[in-house]
Each structure stands twice: as C-alpha cells, then as structure tokens.
Design a protein around this ligand. Structure first.
Ligand code: PEP
Ligand code: MG
Length: 507
C-alpha cells in the first residue's frame, strides 16, 4: 500500500487498528438543561486540565494551547446553551456547538482546515468525558497504530507509549498530525489508500522514506528492511561520502514531496522516480493545474542542482479513476502511457504543471518520463509533447519486453533524452507472472531472460550516449545492483531508507 511518507525511517511491528468515528448515543439520565449544562461545563474543565497535564514538544505547544482557548471560549458555551435550550441532549449540544465552531474555521480557508479538524478531536474528548469513557490504553509491546485520522491531542499522548509507527487513511503530509508525528520522530505514512483493510495483529513494515506499507511482508522484505534498520543506525555519518565513490548515481524513489527531506537525509543524490499517482488516487476529479504546480514545486525546491525525474501518471487496471476514460482493448490497456493517450487533457495539464514548476525552480534539473511505453511511436509522441511545453529533458520507461526488441529499442533510444528501466513491470511481463507475487521484484529479476533484456537496454542507451537508470525494487538488491553497474547503468533509484545499506554493500 502506498501513501505519503512523513519523517524518516522504517518501523516494523504488529498493527493496532483504531477507528475514531464511532459515537455511542447516550445522554445523562434524566438531565434537564441545567444539569446537562453543569455536566458539560465540568467536562470542558476536565479536558482542559488533561491538556494542561500533557508535556507537548515545541511544535505541539501552540496547537494544544489554541485548543485550550477553544474550551474556554464564551461563544462556544453560548452556542452549547442554545442547543440545550432548543431541546438537544447533552451529547448533541456539545457535538453541534463544536461542529459549528469547526465549520466557521474551515470557512476561513484551507489554512484553517487543520484547526477545524483539531476542534473535532476536541469534541470527541469532551463527549468521551461526559460519557465517562476512559482514554485508550496502549499495549505494552511495540505497535504500529493504524487509524483513519489522529489529532494532536492523541499524538501528544502517544509519545510516551510503545508506538513505533503510524498509518492513517486520511490526512495530508502538511496536516498537524503529520507535523507532530515528524516532531516526535515517528515513522508515519498518511493518506494510505486501503488502510482500512489492515486488521489488528497484521504484521507491518512501514517505510516512511518512500510512503510504502507492506502488510504481511515476505522473508525477503523482512530481511532487506531488517538489515536496512541496522545499517541506518550505524552508518549515519559515512553514507553520503561512500556513495560518491560509486560509478553510478544513487537516487531516491518518492511518492510525495513530503518524503524529500528524508531522501536528502539518507544521502540521495537526486530523485530517480517520483511517482505522481498519489495526487490522483482516491480523487473524484483530476487534480488541478495549481494543485500539481504546488506539489512539483515543493519537490524541486528540495533538490536544487540535482536531477529530479518525475513520472507522469501511471494507472493500474485495479485502480480505475472516475474521471478517466478507459481504453477498450490492448494487452497493456489502461496502464501507463496508453491510458494517458486516451485522456490527453490529463497528460497535458500534468506536463504544463511540471513546466511551470521548473520555471519556479530553474536551478533543479527536472526530467520527465512516461511509464509503460509499448512502441517507438508512443515514445516519440511523449517526447514531442514534453519538449513542446518547454520540458527539455524527456525520457521513457522500459517496462515491457516488446520494446526491448532490438529494432524497436534502437528507434526509442534515438528519440529520447534518457531511459529508465522499471524492473518490477519488466519482470512480470517478461516472465508472464502476476506482479503481486512479491518475490518477483527482487528474486525473479535475476533470471537470465530478464537480465538479458536489461543488459541489452543499458548497452543500447550507452552506445547512443544516453543516461539509463533502474528504478524498480531490484535496484535496491545489492546482488542485482552490482550486475546493473557492471552492465553500465548510470543510476540506481531506490527507497531512501535502503540507500545506506546499498552503499555499504556496493563499496
Ligand atoms: C517498475 O515497474 O519497476 C516501476 C518502478 O514502476 P511501478 O513499480 O510504479 O510500476
Ligand atoms: Mg512500472
């Protein structure tokens, strides 16, 4: 599962799921509006005292103090009284008054939407207090919390628990939740599509450096990430130096601009694959030009003078988007560039947004590439479109065996400014296997029929003097990575958290 990674680092452990939405209807037995009001005042006071007892870190202090002011706000109390006078029970009076406060905040604009959701968390706390519900008791063993959202109050309380990671299905990397999680150094992935499918007890690996959550990981993933955790603890100071001794560039695979900081921290020398799907997944309509400019600009701002390779939208058949037309026929229908050709306005907006971001940050070297190219004509079309909007460096991904045929490959190489090999897809389509068989990415890629194609692509690119990188999972496997280096690859792009381990094994 993917989302937007926040902070840096890896967490491993069992999931603990928590849903924050279930209100149990209740009322104080026989409470008239006077008794109700007294109980509510007491609950507001008690929650305020609870907040006063928290020891929030620097980032949280301001947020918590703002919430304490809400609890003491005379307007809030007046609104509660009105609800009670209109015959609402205590729960509905509290709920209604807080909802109104949150709504007025969110009307002030996007900047206040975080404040609004914090106020809703506060509402839950007050209602819990009125109902006599106790705070959650966290386990004594390390756990990864999986929830729909988590407000600043709960995060501040969690700081003393055995939590090792946080997964949320909603929220953005700029939310208060994300800021506070980063401040307490908690590996976190927010906005994870499908997080509600995770059950308590599922074993998880959470890689916040690239926004990935592995549910029930296999032995290979466990050992790869286990080693990465050890190396990351030990080699903090030497990793960047060692990377420069290698004959290839070491880039980061990212899915959100929020992961840029951690990529730099792990010594990435640029971005080899920025997946843009997160902007589109779960959305009812295509992200606007402005939204995209903002996200791409944030990314470029973090990598002045470095190569940043952004991939245009790569759809998968299992994730249809409501605003995209489907392709009816074809082996690779509704994937990658084919799907974009059926939706040219989406591709055009994306390219224009990328060109604008490059204009905003001219010092970053923005390269763009198209996924799942299936013919030389498609490569030509994409390169022309990208150049036309002023994106000077455009390339394509090699992910299907058909484009590794010598004649097709030569035509493609002569069109592009660079190539990137997506070994995850190339392996699945060459061996005709299901990608969900996770060994595919790291083990099956070593099969001679796959390696032969990879070697051919690298040598063809080299003979034309064009850069060629690898950005599939296999790039993070030292055994395969060494082979790619021997074939003459120019860059390897992997999850940032895996970079130090890779450097250690390759040098
Ligand atoms: C690949 O196929 O190797 C790749 C990097 O693309 P994705 O995993 O996003 O399909
Ligand atoms: Mg792919």
């Amino acid at each position: 599962m993917v989302g937007a990674g926040v902070g840096s680092g890896i967490a491993m452990g069992p999931a603990l799921t928590l849903r924050s939405d279930s209100y149990i209807p209740w009322d104080i037995e026989g409470a008239g509006s006077n008794r109700g009001l007294l109980a509510i005042k007491e609950a507001l006071h008690d929650v305020d005292q609870d907040l006063a007892k928290l020891e929030p870190n620097a980032e949280a202090i301001e947020i918590i103090e703002a919430l304490r002011l809400v609890l003491r706000d005379p307007e809030l109390l007046a609104s509660i009284k009105e609800f009670l006078a209109d015959g609402a029970n205590t729960q509905r009076a509290v709920s209604g008054a807080f909802r109104e406060a949150a709504t007025s905040l969110s009307k002030l604009g996007e900047y206040f939407s975080d404040r609004a959701s914090d106020v809703l968390e506060l509402r839950t706390k007050v209602i819990d207090k009125l109902a006599g519900r106790k705070d959650a008791v966290w386990p004594d063993e390390p756990f990864i919390l999986v929830t729909d959202n988590l407000g600043p109050i709960e995060i501040s309380k969690l700081a003393d628990s055995k939590i090792v990671g946080l997964v949320t299905s909603s929220g953005s990397p700029a939310s208060h939740t994300a800021i506070l999680a980063r401040a307490i150094g908690l590996p976190t992935v927010v906005s994870v599509l499908g997080a509600e499918l995770i059950a308590s007890g599922d074993f998880l690996i959470l890689d916040s450096s690239c926004g990935q959550v592995f549910v029930g990981p296999d032995e290979i993933e466990l050992s790869q990430y286990g080693q990465a955790m050890e190396v990351n603890l030990l080699t903090k100071s030497i990793r960047t130096v060692a990377a420069h001794e290698l004959p290839v560039k070491l880039y980061a695979n990212l899915g959100s601009s929020s992961e840029a900081l951690s990529a730099r921290d792990f010594g990435a020398q640029g971005v080899g694959l920025f997946r843009t799907e997160l902007l589109f997944l779960g959305a009812k309509e295509a992200p606007s030009f402005q939204q995209q400019v903002l996200e791409y600009s944030r990314l470029l701002a973090e990598f002045p003078d470095q190569v940043v390779i952004v991939r245009v939208l790569d759809l998968d058949t299992d994730k249809p988007l409501p605003f995209l037309k489907l392709v009816e026929k074809g082996k690779y229908a509704n994937r990658g560039f084919q799907a974009l050709l059926a939706n040219p306005e989406v591709l055009e907006t994306q390219l224009l947004a990328l060109a604008k971001a490059q204009e905003n940050y001219p010092q970053a070297q923005l390269w763009v590439m198209a996924p799942m190219i299936t013919s030389a004509q498609q490569a030509k079309t994409f390169i022309e479109m990208a150049h036309l909007v002023g994106l000077s460096t455009a390339g394509v991904m090699i992910e299907v065996p058909e484009v590794c045929e010598m004649s097709v490959l030569e035509d493609i190489v002569s069109e592009v400014d660079f190539l990137s090999i997506g070994t995850n897809d190339l392996t699945q389509y060459t061996l005709d296997k299901d990608r969900l068989t996770s060994q595919l990415a790291v083990i099956d890629v070593r099969k001679p029929e796959v390696m032969k194609l990879i070697e051919r692509v690298i040598s063809s690119a080299n003979s034309h003097g064009k850069p060629v990188g690898i950005c599939g999972e296999a790039a993070g496997d030292p055994e395969s990575a060494q082979k790619f280096i021997d074939f003459g690859v120019s860059s390897l792009s992997v999850s940032p958290a895996l970079l130090p381990g890779l450097v250690e094994q390759l040098t």
